[in-house]
Write a new protein. Sequence first.
Length: 143
Amino acid sequence: MARIKIAVPANFNFSMNIPIRITDLNYGGHVGNDTVLSLIHEARAQFLQRYGYEEMEIAGFGLIMVDAGIEYKAELFHGDIVTAHVCAQNFTRMGLDFFYKLEKDNNGKQQVVALAKTGMVCFDYKAKKMAPLPAEVVTRLSV
């Protein structure tokens, strides 16, 4: 069976730490796949806030997710601190991709626990349709 392979960029221009809570664990005793998607959602929200945006307000429009891919590399447990790295790339007329690298400390070394990509399009929530991605967004997030 073919596996998803996420080709992340070499450089990320944003990172943040997220502690793993007991409520983030699944019945297997580690972070579940749904929580990893929540972690990258939080990282994306914080990344956008750095530029004065929110997912529902990005230069007059919102963003809506059209695809997501996650490549799991290692487990996360209660008490781990995840460093989430984020960058925006692959800008098109209607959207962009966000890339993520999640790492944790493993005996003094950073260990990659997941790589991810989410495809987002610019969305006019009032009109309920896609909208062109404003040039301002491309300029600001391309840093």
